[in-house]
Design a protein around this ligand. Structure first.
Ligand code: J2J
Length: 530
């Protein structure tokens, strides 16, 4: 019977029926996706990192053993399990082991720290937390101890990186433990509020977007993708990402860091054909001296998205990297747009593509909700076969983020052309896009307001050449004369006391005595950002 999970907004029955009828939802689970790759390509490499390489058959064997270990700890169908792991082979083993037992991975980013992980534990009422012992200079194990102590209902697992002998118990009997219509995992929203919003995606809806993405990007079993960005991110996971590669029997090479030196070396070593990049990483590749030393002729195309790609950078891809460019404009809530192979240069360099599905419904509306003409800027709203109808356990927030007829209000301002291609021209949501990393100002403001010497704070995005935007905090001190707190005290407070992810710490602090206000007395974030 279907998984019963409170706080999920289902697709209306008539829409679900239509999506099945049209062949979008084919009744496949993530475990079944892996199984078909294992039968078709048992001996092909599935996933590679600097320590280990697994073929599809080996991956499947490890997944069964680890699933057994999770089940032995009492984890099972419908349980939410926070996955807090860097880009490694073990990441793929763990996530598919959770799918195998019907548990729901919650896709934390490796960069998250105690503050964010605790929020996810609470928001998801998690039963499990999986992390690694250490990776590079970062030790993760301590956080597991903390979670163990503070969340008695959560079982914690610390995976020893590179050690093939962990979880080698008996495999589980093979039965399907979830239905294709079940929620498969909880993805994270970029967020606009002080609490994280979780995104429930079903096997059916997500894998439709994955298979179509693989087809649009023309990947097959000979394709090799370099995972440069955090593998948990929806882009690297599914557009077409790790799952797209598994859908076609291709190979994923995990990069331990996004630096051009590491990445371009890996492209040469593993004859990488594709990579998903945010604009600042693409630009770092283009400007890297390593480009001259490396043979990257295997690269067929780079997929670039997560933030607006400047046209000048887009135009440099073909001549300087010797490969094609695909622009990707997507969101963890659903809708993904791609420029298509064979599109003219103008389209590929100046638009963010068009939707995956003929049944992605797109509305571009003015402030009053009335449709605007093609060519005019407006708010993007969307509904379709892989776009959620609501965030997890967030009825109040859902009333703002979804229209009465079920369209998701993306908070993006776009221009649609008569062919249906979208160009992102702005944003109406209160969110900072720092080189593809999304920060909710309200979240940062809440942490700063916990400082006893701060009277008030307003966090905004400020334009930045390299990252598109950076984070700026306008701070009103409790005692303006005191000179306290200082910038370095505030950074230390956020890092060490509040324990937030480094990418959410403001790049700049400005001490002010009042915020600019609009005519209605609301803080004018737009004028601060300029
Ligand atoms: C401008 N803004 C963009 C683009 C995303 C594929 C690719 C990206 C994401 C992603 C994703 C943009 N140009 N090319 O999930 O599957 C901004 C928009 C959007 C928000 C979503 C995928 N591509 N954006 O970035 O959930 O503001 O997903 O609404 O992290 O990023 O962020 P996120």
């Amino acid at each position: 019977s279907p998984l019963r999970l409170d706080g999920v907004v289902d697709y209306p029955a008539e829409f679900a029926a239509q999506y099945r009828e049209k062949g979008y939802w084919i009744g496949q689970t993530h475990s079944a996706l892996l199984d078909s790759a294992v039968s078709a390509h048992p001996d092909r490499p599935a996933v590679v990192d600097p320590r280990r390489t697994l073929t599809y058959a080996e991956l499947s064997e490890r997944v069964q053993a680890i699933a057994g270990a999770f089940a032995a700890e009492g984890l099972g169908r419908g349980d939410r399990v926070i996955v807090h792991m860097p880009n490694t082979v073990e990441y793929v083993e763990v996530v598919f082991a959770l799918f195998e037992i019907g548990a729901l991975p919650v896709f934390a980013l490796a960069a998250h720290r105690s503050a964010e992980i605790r929020q996810f534990c609470t928001a998801a009422t998690a039963r499990g937390y999986v992390t690694v012992d250490k990776f590079g200079l970062t030790s993760y194990g301590d956080l597991a101890t903390e979670i163990d102590t503070d969340f008695p209902d959560i079982s914690t697992f610390v995976v020893p990186i590179g050690d093939e002998s962990w979880a080698t118990g008996p495999p589980l009997p093979r039965v399907e433990r979830s239905l294709p219509s079940d929620v498969a995992f909880l993805q994270l929203s970029g967020g606009t509020t002080g609490t994280p919003k979780l995104i429930p995606r079903t096997h059916d809806d997500y894998l439709y977007s994955v298979r179509e993405s693989a087809r649009i990007c023309d990947i097959d079993s000979s394709s090799v993708m370099l995972a440069v960005l955090p593998i948990s991110h929806n882009f690297t996971m599914s557009s077409p990402g790790l799952l797209g590669m598994i859908a076609v029997g291709g190979c994923v090479v995990m990069s331990p860091d996004p630096s051009p030196d590491t990445c371009l070396r890996l492209v040469e070593e593993h004859a990488v054909t594709h990579a998903a990049l945010v604009p600042p990483v693409l630009i770092a590749w283009l400007n890297s001296s390593a480009l001259a030393d490396r043979d990257i002729s295997s690269l067929e195309s780079v997929w670039v998205g997560g933030a607006k790609l400047p046209e000048e950078a887009a135009r440099r891809v073909a001549p300087e990297l010797g490969c094609a460019l695909t622009q990707v404009f997507g969101m963890a809530e659903g809708l993904v747009n791609y420029t298509r192979i064979g599109d003219d240069d103008e389209t590929v360099t100046t638009t963010q593509g068009r939707p995956i599905s003929p049944d992605d419904e797109i509305r571009v509306v003015d402030d009053a909700g009335a449709p605007v003409a093609d060519g005019a800027a407006g708010h993007l709203q969307t509904r379709g076969p892989y776009t959620i109808r609501g965030y997890y356990r967030a009825p109040e927030h859902n009333r703002k983020s979804f229209t009465a007829d079920g369209f998701y209000a993306t908070g993006d301002i776009v221009v649609r052309d008569p062919r249906g291609y979208l160009t992102v021209v702005g944003r109406s949501k209160d969110q900072i896009n720092r080189g593809g990393e999304k920060i909710a100002p309200a979240m940062v403001e809440n942490h700063l307001l916990a400082h006893h010497e701060i009277h008030d704070v307003s966090v905004v995005g400020i334009p930045d050449d390299a990252l598109g935007e950076r984070i700026c905090a306008y701070v009103i001190r409790r005692d303006p004369e005191s000179g306290m707190p200082t910038v370095s005290q505030l950074r230390a407070f956020l890092r060490a006391e509040r324990q937030v992810a480094a990418y959410t710490i403001p790049d700049r602090f400005e001490f002010v005595t009042e915020f600019p206000t609009t005519s209605v007395g609301k803080i004018d974030k737009k004028s601060q950002g300029r």
